[in-house]
Design a protein around this ligand. Structure first.
Ligand code: FAD
Length: 419
């Protein structure tokens, strides 16, 4: 039975503790709650299935070995990032949200190692992101499970002779590039591909080219870089069946199972390890179906970040929302807008006057922007429509997969100023 968390506070409840959830929590605590009349009456509650945040883009390299990144920077404790705020204003709940009643504005949480808790909310921000088919590429559950999955994969790696990766997007390309360089090294200047790699790696994509967001010339360059680390790319071919079912996708005993991979043209690949790097499942199963798009995203006003048909004081941000392409730069650009609109709504809930100002509106920058490392020193990419040289891709992303940026995001330093 759910225990009702009776509190005299107005709870501003954020669901999900990653890029979107942590940033929103810091921003509300720094720039919104202090500006509300009766500010002592508000409390920010952050609920997350994982008690640690992690630099998710680093997964394609981090999954290989703990030596790839300083682990204390890769994973950080969420409660520790909020010790800077008064205990009265912030609370972290380690648990999984199992239902959201948008009409009564309350959520039910299955608390880790505990009971079910029902929380009455004054405002709700849905920031529960998306899960990947492969449980090696993010916090599909929590950080302990991610580490356990990496350990299982690492134990199987030394005996693997053929690895098949499905998905030609950046996650698939980066994973193939990292594994290729780590296991096989890189062909010399005068060789267009690595002959007889120690471990054959096959990347399969249904598309006519890899990296759909980038222009064809960059996709071709990335494919050549992959060939140099022993990766063969199969295009225009979809994986139609894997045996055992659920191979590589976290089904019990199937993460590192020897896998028979069948392609739509009937071709069969035998893999010692199979990594499905295709598509995303949005973490929205606890949201009423009437608030979701056909793809399972929370239908979010692309300008204001309010949940469409959600009623008052319900918002979505990050990958789970339908307002923008799933990417960290879109989250960073939406946090100040979401929080400004929340502040406006919270003020209007207590005072009906024009001094609260107008809504702010987000406009996604849809220019070609994506950086894709292929191994530790090479890569392709474009930023705001401009092609970037490999050295820039390395400098900005390939060096440490954005780890240089996450310290300030997790601690809230990035949000020191209201913007
Ligand atoms: C391999 C890979 C590489 C990437 N590289 C880049 C890149 O280079 N640049 C870029 O801009 N983007 C990149 N992305 C995308 C980027 O990681 C996402 O845009 C970002 O992580 C989204 O953040 P989020 O906060 O919306 O959700 P997520 O990071 O998905 O986190 C969601 C959080 O919510 C928690 N949660 C889920 N369900 C519940 C629930 N029911 N109750 C409570 N908690 C829950 C999860 O445990 C998790 O902590 C990459 C993604 C992947 C998979």
């Amino acid at each position: 039975m759910a225990a009702d968390t009776a509190t005299s506070k107005q709870n501003l409840v954020i669901l999900g503790g990653s890029y979107a959830g942590l940033s929103t929590a810091h921003y509300l605590l720094k720039h919104v709650v202090p500006q509300l009349p009766g500010k002592e009456g508000y409390q920010v509650i952050l609920i997350s299935a994982s008690s640690e945040a992690m630099c998710r883009p680093a997964c394609p390299r981090a999954l290989i070995s703990d030596d790839m990144f300083p682990q204390d920077k890769l994973f950080v404790s969420i409660p520790a990032q909020f010790e800077q705020y008064s205990k009265d204003t912030f609370k972290f709940i380690h648990g999984t949200v199992t239902s959201l009643d948008h009409q009564d504005r309350c959520v039910t949480v299955s608390v880790k190692d505990g009971d079910t808790e029902k929380i009455n909310c004054h405002a709700i921000v849905i920031a529960t992101g998306a899960s990947t088919a492969s449980p090696l590429l993010g916090l599909n559950r929590d950080s302990e499970t991610l580490r356990a999955n990496w350990n299982e994969f690492r134990a199987a790696l030394p005996t693997a002779k053929h690895i098949v990766i499905a998905g030609g997007g950046p996650a698939g390309v980066e994973t193939a590039g990292e594994l290729g360089e780590y296991l096989n090294g890189r062909a010399g200047w005068f060789h267009s591909k690595l002959e007889n790699p120690k471990v054959a790696i096959t990347l399969v994509t249904a598309d006519s080219k890899i990296l759909p967001i980038l222009r064809p010339a960059l996709a071709t360059k990335a494919e050549k870089l992959l060939n140099k680390v022993g990766v063969t790319v199969i295009k225009k071919s979809r994986v139609t069946k894997v045996s055992p079912p659920g191979a590589g996708a976290g089904a019990e005993d199937a993460l590192t199972a020897n896998t028979t991979v069948t392609l739509e043209d009937g071709k069969v690949l035998q893999a010692d390890l199979y990594i499905p790097a295709t598509g995303m499942t949005y973490n929205s199963s606890f949201v009423d179906a009437s608030l979701l798009t056909d793809y399972g995203r929370v239908e979010t006003d692309p300008g204001t970040l309010r949940v469409v048909n959600g009623g008052a004081l319900i918002y979505a941000i990050g990958d789970v929302g339908s307002h923008a392409r799933p990417a960290v730069h879109n989250i960073l650009n939406t946090v100040p807008i979401l929080c400004a609109n929340m502040k406006r709504d919270l003020l209007l809930a207590v005072q009906q006057d024009a001094s609260v100002g107008e809504d702010r509106h987000f406009k996604e920058d849809t220019r070609e922007t994506q950086l894709v490392p292929v191994g530790r020193s090479k890569g392709v990419g474009a930023f705001m429509g401009f092609r970037q040289p490999g050295i820039m891709v390395w400098l900005i992303k390939g060096r440490d997969y954005w780890l240089w940026t996450t310290g300030g995001l997790w601690s809230g330093k990035h949000w020191a100023k209201e913007s």
